[in-house]
Design a binder for this molecule. Structure first.
Ligand code: 4FV
Length: 255
């Protein structure tokens, strides 16, 4: 798959592709990232890409015409029969979720627009942008970090990138639930004056019991922190009788 990134800071993307477990996805070409500097399409004579907002007010707005030129160059380079979607990152976008990441991970890629300043001339968005995504209800200085977030989430799902494919099958949100807790050495951890052991079941070698415990923990954590996800999993039929038993409020012990 191929992602073309339209950005004013292409230098932000190199380090991400050279480090961490996702490096394999980029080095192997499974995820190809082409960087386009919007400045190269700026209005002459000073390669201007932004200007003051009509109607006054603070900040600057990314101009539509340089973006049109950049997009035309990207589309010409991709030369696709089935044009890839143009994605803009904005707080007004659809919240990015794992199901959307999995859809991108199974697709041909996209064109990622990394806005800066107050944002993009709305006429360009209305005419050209196929999808707006948000990575959270806060304001960033640009769309570059959201683009990196998407590239990272997609790259780690590529075959062979995570040592063990089960890793992402047992991920948070893999089943719409939050993840279970994880433990590793030492078996008994010194904490303050005491010691905290690893839960016995994890040392039992009893795989079915371990799997059930992890599922119950994921359900309990999700119910406590994201009850909306439990409702969504229930509505999608992803909870079975054992799950519902684990979610059922425990009868209070008679005093
Ligand atoms: C953002 C977000 C975000 C807004 C104006 C870029 C900035 C600036 N994008 N999720 N939250 N974008 O804050 O996706 O141009």
């Amino acid at each position: 798959m191929r992602f073309d990134v339209i950005t004013l800071f292409p230098e932000l993307f190199g380090p991400h592709q050279a480090h961490g477990v996702t490096r394999r996805a980029f080095e192997s070409g499974q995820v190809e990232v082409r960087l386009w500097n919007l400045r190269d399409f700026g209005d002459p004579p000073h390669a201007r890409v932004d200007d003051r907002p009509y109607g006054g007010g603070p900040g600057m707005v990314l101009l539509a015409e340089p973006l049109e030129r950049a997009l035309a160059a990207v589309r010409a380079a991709r030369a696709e029969a089935d044009p890839a979607p143009l994605v803009n990152f904005s707080p007004a976008g659809e919240p990015l979720r794992q199901d959307r990441v999995e859809a991108f991970a199974a697709g041909a890629g996209a064109i990622l627009l990394c806005a800066r300043y107050e944002g993009v001339d709305q006429r360009f968005i209305d005419a050209r942008v196929d999808l707006e995504l948000s990575i959270g209800d806060y304001v960033l200085s640009g769309g570059d970090l959201p683009a990196l977030v998407l590239l990272d989430a997609v790259a780690r799902l590529q075959p062979g990138v995570l040592g063990d494919a089960r890793s992402h099958q047992q991920d948070s949100f893999s089943d719409g639930l939050l993840d279970c807790p994880h433990y590793s050495r030492p078996e008994r951890l010194a904490v303050g004056a005491g010691e905290v052991p690893v839960p016995d079941v994890l040392l039992s070698g009893h795989h079915a019991a371990i799997e059930r415990w992890r599922r119950d923990q994921a359900l309990a954590t999700t119910r406590a922190r994201r009850p909306d996800l439990v409702e969504a999993a229930r509505a999608a039929g992803r909870l079975d009788a054992a799950d519902e038993a684990a979610l059922a409020p425990k009868p209070r012990p008679k005093l």
